[in-house]
Design a binder for this molecule. Structure first.
Ligand code: AMP
Length: 183
């Protein structure tokens, strides 16, 4: 059960588009659902890949968007224009901490190594009781099923408890993700 009303959601997702059109459709849906649920988007400030798709969809639908990018990626990830707030941090650590501080919950869309790193960091911080913010893995079209399998393998072999891996809420659609955040 979610105790605190979720006002801002950090979306972790790819800085690439992936190679299936469905990923872009999902990112667009998530952006629109943020706006229709009166939520602010917190994200990595890029205009490229699924990151850019979520941000533009959220912004176009009226959601405030907060972008947080480290100085060294400012050029590479091509900072999205027209954000409500844009923060340029000194380094990745400061970026990740600020993204965490500004968010009430996390939604993970398909993505690459950076997305995986960010997700595992939030999960390990939850495991250490550093926060109780919901972390939702959107296992859209089974994209994250290998990760779900790995987490089960880790618990089966005694390296984590289910209590901790269960801190990651797994859903299959954007609608289910928002149902979870608003229930
Ligand atoms: P990716 O999933 O690799 O496309 O990256 C998605 C986002 O994660 C981008 O904003 C990257 O800047 C960021 N990112 C990339 N590598 C890392 C990393 N090692 N730690 C944290 N974030 C990263």
């Amino acid at each position: 059960m979610t105790v605190k009303k979720i006002k801002s959601v950090c979306v972790y997702c790819g800085s690439r588009m992936g190679n299936k059109p469905a990923y872009e459709e999902l990112a667009t849906e998530v952006g629109k659902l943020l706006a229709s649920n009166d939520m602010t988007l917190v994200y990595g400030a890029g205009s490229i890949g699924l990151m850019g798709v979520v941000a533009r969809a959220a912004k176009d639908a009226g959601a405030p968007v907060i972008g947080i990018i480290p100085e060294h990626l400012d050029a590479i990830e091509i900072t999205q224009e027209g954000l409500e707030e844009l923060h340029v941090t000194d380094d990745m650590h400061e970026r990740k901490k600020m993204m965490f501080d500004r968010s009430d919950a996390f939604i993970v869309l398909p993505g690459g190594l950076g997305t995986l790193d960010e997700t595992m960091e939030m999960l390990t911080w939850a495991q250490l009781s550093l926060h109780k913010k919901p972390i939702i893995l959107l296992n859209y079209k089974e994209f994250w099923s290998p990760l779900v399998g790995l987490l089960k393998h880790i618990t089966d072999d005694g390296f984590a408890s289910e209590e901790h891996t269960d801190l990651l809420t797994i859903v299959e659609s954007a609608e289910q993700a928002f149902e979870h955040l608003t229930s």
